[in-house]
Design a protein around this ligand. Sequence first.
Ligand code: PLP
Length: 397
Amino acid sequence: MSALHTVNNAHRRALGPIATPDRLLLGPGPSNAHPTVLQALSRNPIGHLDPLYVELMGEVQELLRYAWQTDNRLTIPMSGTGSAAMEAALANTLEPGDKVLIAVKGYFGLRLADMAGRYRADVVTIERPWGEAFTLEEIEAALREHRPAILGMVHAETSTGILQPMEGVGELCRQYGCLLLLDTVTSLGAVPVHLDDWQVDLAYSCSQKGLSCPPGLGPFTMGPRAEAKMEARRGKVPNWYLDVTLLNQYWGTDRVYHHTAPVNMNFGMREALRLLAEEGLEHAWARHRRNAESLWAGLEALGLELHAPEHLRLPTLTTVRIPEGVDGKAFTLHLLNKHGIEVGGGLGALAGKVWRIGLMGYNSRAENVELLLELFRTELPAFRPGAQTGRPAAVAV
Ligand SMILES: *Cc1c(COP(=O)(O)O)cnc(C)c1O
C-alpha cells in the first residue's frame, strides 16, 4: 500500500481552527447575518425526514409566502444560491424553442438571457442603459412585437441600483398571454413586493441579501399559470436537481426523499423569516427606505453624485459615482483592510465607474449609515487627486 497523502508541513503549521474577521458587509451581498440566525445555523442537524424538520419546512414555506405576499402553493427554498433559484425558474417552465423576452437593464438581466439560451429558448432581449428602467410603453411594444411565452425581468438590479416599477406589467403580460418572471433577489424582505397583486407567475430570491441569512438558499415560487405550463411539458425538466415536479414530492404532502436538504441553512432561513414577520414587512420596508434616504442625503452632502435617478433608486443598493481621478478600488481596499468594511465596485458597464453600497436586511441600520458616511468624509479626501498626505498605501488581499 502506498503512503497516505499528507498535508505539507508548512500548511500544517498554518492550519488552526477557522478564524475569519467580523467584517461589516456593506456591498452588493452577502450582507451580515442576524446574530440569532447564526445561532440557528449552529444547531446540530436533524434528519431531513424527521417530523420536526417536516414541520419546519411548512413554516419556512408559509413565511416565504408572507414575505412575497403570495398564495402560491409551490413556494420553496431551493438548495443553492439565488442563481440556482433563477435557473429553477427557467428550467421548469421553458421548453426548447419557446420564445422568451428578457428586459435587460444591467448584469443580472444578461445572466437571465444567458441561462434561458442554455435551455434552448428562443431568447430576445430589450435593453435600457445601465442606470435606467423600462416604461410600460416599452414593455408593451416588445410584447406586441415578439409575443413571448415568458417575460423575464429584474425587479432590483443590483448592478445599477435601479428599482423597476412593476405597476401594470402583470396586466400587460396577461393581455399578451405570457408568463411574468421576476428576479426579486435584492428586493425580497427589504423593498415592497406584492407578487400576487402584481400578477407575477414566477419569482426567486436569495438568503444573503434582504433576509439577513448567509448565502446558501434560493427562495423560489411558482403560481398556477406557471404550474400549468410546467405540467403541459412535452419532456422532462432538463435539470434533475432543480426539477420542481420531483422537489414537490418532498416539499408537498408525500415527503419523498429527493436530495438531502441543507437542514441547517433551513434553520437559518426559518429564523431569518421569523425575524422579518416579527418586525412586520411594512416596517422592514420602511426601515430600508429610511436608512437609504439618509445615506443618499449624506453622500450628496459630501458632494458625491448618485448614479440612479431619485425616483428609480433602490433602497437596498446605492450606486455612487467614483469622483474624477479617484482610484475607486484603492479606496474600497482601504475600507476593507483598515476598517473591516466591505463596499462593492462596479460590474460590467459600470466597472471602475461606481461604488456599490448595500444596506440590506440586518445591516440596514442608522449606525451603519453614520459610520460609513463618517469614513467617506474623513478618509476619501486622501484618495482625491492632488491629496498631499496621509494616503495609506493600498494593501492587496
Ligand atoms: C445576487 C443576485 C443574483 C444571484 O444570486 P446568487 O445568490 O449570487 O447566486 C441574481 N440576481 C440579482 C438581482 C442579484 O443581485
